[in-house]
Design a protein around this ligand. Structure first.
Ligand SMILES: Nc1ncnc2c1ncn2[C@@H]1O[C@H](COP(=O)(O)OP(=O)(O)O)[C@@H](O)[C@H]1O
Ligand SMILES: [Mg+2]
Length: 257
C-alpha cells in the first residue's frame, strides 16, 4: 500500500494506519514523554510504534483535523471547552515526568522556561488536535514540547483558540468575543488568579520568543523557517503582539476573577 502524504512538504505520511515522521535531535526525549503519558493513563496522544533509520513511526490519533480560518466544529464553544480540559489532563499527566527522568539527558527543540511545572506542548493549537464531532479528543505534533510553567503553554493555546489573531485569514469574532473565549478557557482549565494576571504578558512573551526562534532558525539555514520569514509569517505575530499590548487592560480585567 502506498504512503498517504499528511503534511509538511511531503515529509510526514501515513503508512499502514501509522504516522511516519522525520527523527530529530529531540525525538528520544519526546518518545520518553509519550511513553510516560501513556503510563499515566493519558492515551489521547500518539504512541511510539517503531524507529526506522531516519523516521519515527507513531500511532495515528483518530479524529477530524482543522486549520485556520476556524470554521465548523473547531469554532464551537464545546471544542474550546474540551481543548481546555484536554490541555489540563496533558499537563497533569506530564507534571512528574522531569522528576522521573532526572538522570536522563533530555534534549528539546525549544528552550526550557522557569518554573518547570509541567511539560508544555509548545504548539497547542487547533491544527494539532483531533476532534470527534465538536469535542477535542487527541493531540499530536509533539516536536515542540519543552519544560515550562503551565501559563506559558496556556497563553499560547488561548492566543490560538480565542483567537487573538489579526490576520484576515485567521481572525474570528470581536475583542469581546475573543476575551469571553479566553475567560472560558481559563475557567475550564482551572487557571489560578495569579496566572490570569500574567496571561497577556505570557502571550506577548511567547510570541516574541516565537519570532526570535524563527530568526535564529533561518540564520542556521532552516529552509522552512527561511520560507516562512519570506512569506511574512513573523509580521502576523508582530501585529498580534501589538493587538495584545493595546488591549491588555480590557483582556486582563475581563478574565481576572
Ligand atoms: N499521530 C498523528 N495522528 C493523526 N494525525 C497525525 C499525527 N501526526 C500527524 N498527523 C497529521 O499530519 C499532519 C502534519 O503532522 P504534524 O505532526 O502536525 O507536523 P507539522 O505540523 O509540523 O507539519 C497533521 O496536521 C495531522 O493531520
Ligand atoms: Mg502540526
Amino acid at each position: 500500500m502506498s504512503d498517504e502524504i499528511l503534511g509538511r512538504g511531503g515529509v510526514i505520511s501515513k503508512r499502514n494506519g501509522c504516522v511516519v515522521r522525520p527523527l530529530n535531535k529531540w525525538s528520544a526525549s519526546v518518545h520518553l514523554l509519550l511513553s510516560h503519558l501513556h503510563q499515566k493513563g493519558f492515551h489521547q496522544c500518539p504512541a511510539l510504534v517503531a524507529i526506522e533509520e531516519k523516521c519515527e513511526v507513531l500511532s495515528f490519533v483518530a479524529g477530524d483535523c482543522y486549520d485556520y480560518p476556524l470554521q465548523g466544529a473547531i469554532a464551537t464553544e464545546q471544542a474550546l471547552i474540551s481543548a481546555a480540559q484536554l490541555l489540563r489532563e496533558f499537563h497533569d499527566a506530564s507534571s512528574d515526568f522531569l522528576q522521573q527522568h532526572v538522570s536522563d539527558k533530555l534534549v528539546w527543540m525549544l528552550p526550557s522556561r522557569e518554573p518547570q511545572q509541567v511539560i508544555c506542548h509548545g504548539d497547542y493549537a487547533p491544527y494539532n488536535l483531533a476532534l470527534n464531532g465538536d469535542s477535542v479528543r487527541g493531540i499530536f505534533d509533539f516536536d515542540t514540547v519543552h519544560p515550562g510553567p503551565r501559563i506559558w503553554d496556556i497563553a499560547y493555546a488561548i492566543y490560538c483558540f480565542a483567537p487573538f489573531k489579526t490576520d484576515v485569514n485567521d481572525r474570528l469574532g470581536s475583542l469581546e468575543q475573543q476575551t469571553y473565549r479566553a475567560r472560558l478557557f481559563c475557567d475550564i482549565y482551572g487557571v489560578s488568579s495569579l496566572d490570569r494576571g500574567q496571561l497577556v504578558d505570557n502571550m506577548v512573551q511567547r510570541l516574541q520568543a516565537l519570532v526570535t526562534f524563527m530568526h535564529q532558525q533561518a540564520e542556521q539555514d532552516n529552509r522552512q523557517l527561511i520560507e516562512n520569514l519570506q512569506d511574512g509569517h513573523h509580521l502576523a505575530y508582530l501585529s498580534d503582539i501589538e493587538y495584545l499590548i493595546e488591549n491588555k487592560r480590557f483582556i486582563s480585567d475581563s478574565i481576572i476573577r
